[in-house]
Design a protein around this ligand. Structure first.
Ligand code: 5AD
Ligand code: SF4
Length: 579
């Protein structure tokens, strides 16, 4: 059995708000409690008298600079206006709903880990929830609109809440809380809690304040919060793979992007704590981790002085950065090397890198290590150098294409994916044509395509005009999707007749007689659930289980899926002899 040779043509400012009703507290406020909140006046009065004796400004400052290495097991000391009991979850049931990217999935696990330690219970049943938390996304207008619509439904749920139950509390977490801050509280009075992406440690306090009928918010952005000591709780115990956050925030300032404003400055988690988390996941039997960050290959662990003697790495040829080149620290190649040594049976992926910093060491590692997947997400955003400049991406089309060639030379069989934006400010038909031609030239295996959505605060909002009509954006997006599908189908068809190593995830969603998993390039592979030989136990006949590696002979391919039949169960190490 041979691996097929595929055609190779060639990613603070801050405020803490404890919102109270001026009429009751005498503290400055911009919105008053709703009648529903005033019903809770009993609890309130007691709370209010304690509030008058604290918290102080110093208290907030103290809370604002949370040390990284905190003991993580017990409930924190309460602030002066709360008792230990009030600060604990008192077995209230929390329902968490996640919107947006994988970073938010990881944030949900972090938020839950913090609440669980504080005495909350988790429920997957909305009706039995005492607290509903939405982990939100702000990247495009549509993502925010989804949350506003969801809040209308939750409003009904809240208004129908039986008086015999504890009042239902609703919280907005993540990017939307950070971007809109107070606006959410004044627009939707039924929202009790706001917590920005760096404020999840404060959730027990915010919820305790909300218990007394107050609105409570913390949208403080941090320069060093990485939740390094918070072990995220895996949402699905049967999962074969997990996401491990290695850094937070972004310094790139692409002109269209809200992320630097919602998630703050870039900071890396210490290597030691990442390795510890990956080791634990390996011990739990997980077979795949994806290292996660807004810009993973600018990873730089500077947590210890001696790391800063490390030699600096250069930008890829033809690429520039929007910020002053940073020096020192343990870089991404080091992290990838260490992570991949933990468990040779564990697949390692990472997302998202920025094309500007792809050192050869990283490419070399991906090429050499069997358990680092030969899959690179290389967000291009546009195929036009003119638009790329307006987007402040720091590269031209030519530099990007040269990097693609270099990657394909360094890692034969690499699978590439990308992000593209249709209809950015000033994009002409010729620019759009250039993007379509880049899709044809590179022939990505996977793609994520979006219509441009103007976001306030960004450079594009201040300096450029959102001048492409909505229908033109959508038409261009459709055209990009069509070209992408044609090219991905061609690229994926080169797998037909080849054998692929597949990590089994479980039953296929479409058929109870089929299993589904992913190949090294992260493409979905569907195959009938059949008995097979186990190469490590000759003579043994087995059926694939989630977490097993199997070899699958590919018989057909579309733009998104491969189909085939299973040959045998194997291990990642053994399978490398086939390639
Ligand atoms: N409008 C449309 N798409 C956007 N993205 C980021 N900001 C915007 C925006 N304002 C896309 C980019 C990015 C992906 C995560 O989302 O393609 O890579
Ligand atoms: Fe994730 Fe970006 Fe959306 Fe925030 S704005 S949730 S970081 S995709």
């Amino acid at each position: 059995m041979q691996r097929c040779q595929r055609w190779r043509p060639l990613a603070s400012v801050s405020w803490v708000l404890l919102r109270t009703c001026r009429a009751h507290s005498g503290l400055p406020s911009t919105a008053c409690s709703s009648p529903e909140r005033q019903q809770e006046a009993g609890v309130w009065k007691d709370f209010n008298s304690r509030l008058a004796t604290g918290p102080t400004f110093q208290h907030f400052l103290r809370n604002a600079s949370v040390p990284q290495e905190k003991p993580s097991s017990e409930v924190d000391d309460p602030p002066p206006y709360l008792t230990v009991d009030e600060l604990s979850g008192r077995q209230r049931k929390v329902y968490l709903e996640t919107y947006g990217c994988q970073m938010n999935v990881n944030d949900t696990e972090i938020a839950w880990s913090i609440l669980q330690k504080s005495g909350y219970l988790r429920t997957s049943n909305l009706q039995e929830a005492d607290v509903i938390l939405l982990v939100t996304c702000s990247i495009r207008e549509k993502a925010e609109q989804t949350i506003w619509n969801r809040l209308q439904q939750l409003k009904v749920l809240k208004s129908k809440r039986l008086r015999s139950r504890v009042p239902l509390r609703i919280g907005i977490l993540g990017c939307m809380a950070e971007r809109l801050k107070e606006e959410i509280l004044s627009r939707e009075k039924m929202v009790d809690v706001l917590a920005g992406p760096d404020a999840y440690r404060d959730l027990p306090r915010l919820l305790a304040v909300a218990e007394s009928g107050q609105q409570a918010a913390n949208v403080l952005l941090s320069l060093d919060e990485t939740y390094a000591d918070v072990m995220p709780v895996q949402t699905s115990p049967s999962a074969t793979s997990a996401f491990v956050s290695i850094m937070r925030g972004c310094d790139n300032m692409c002109s269209y992007c809200i992320v630097p404003f919602t998630r703050g400055r870039e900071r890396s988690r210490p290597v030691a704590s990442i390795l510890e988390e990956v080791r634990k996941l390996s011990e739990q039997g997980l077979k795949e981790v994806t290292l996660l960050g807004q810009n993973v290959n600018s990873f730089r662990d500077t947590s210890e002085v001696q790391f800063n003697n490390a030699v600096s790495t250069n930008l890829s040829r033809g690429f520039s950065s929007n910020y002053k080149t940073k020096q020192g620290g343990l870089r991404f190649a080091h992290l990838l090397d260490q992570v991949s040594r933990i468990d040779p049976e564990m697949r390692i992926r990472f997302t998202s890198p920025h094309p500007k910093d792809f050192p050869d060491e990283v490419l070399q590692l991906i090429h050499e290590r069997d358990n680092i997947c030969k899959q690179i997400h290389l967000p291009a955003q546009s195929g036009s150098s003119r638009v790329l400049e307006a987007m402040q991406r720091g590269y031209s089309r030519e530099a990007y294409v040269e990097l693609v060639h270099h990657i394909r030379e360094s890692i034969p069989d690499v699978s590439l994916s990308s992000d593209f934006i249709a209809g950015f400010c000033g994009e002409t038909e010729e620019d759009h044509f250039q993007t379509m031609s880049l899709l044809q030239e590179v022939q990505y295996n996977m793609g994520f395509l979006f219509a441009y959505s103007m976001r306030q605060k960004t450079r594009a909002y201040h300096r450029l005009k959102d001048d492409i009509p909505e229908e033109v954006k959508l038409r261009r997006l459709e055209e990009l999707i069509t070209v992408f599908r044609e090219e991905a189908t061609k690229a994926n068809k080169t797998f037909v007749g080849c054998t692929q190593l597949v990590l089994v995830e479980g039953l296929s969603k479409r058929s109870a007689t089929d299993l589904c998993g992913r190949n090294d390039g992260n493409l979905k592979v569907i195959f009938p659930d059949a008995e097979m030989e186990d190469v490590t136990n000759s003579g043994l006949r087995v059926r694939a289980q989630p977490g097993d590696y199997v070899l699958v002979k590919i018989t057909s391919a579309s733009s998104q899926t491969l189909k085939g039949h299973v040959l045998c169960r194997t291990t990642l190490k053994d399978s490398s002899t086939y390639y």
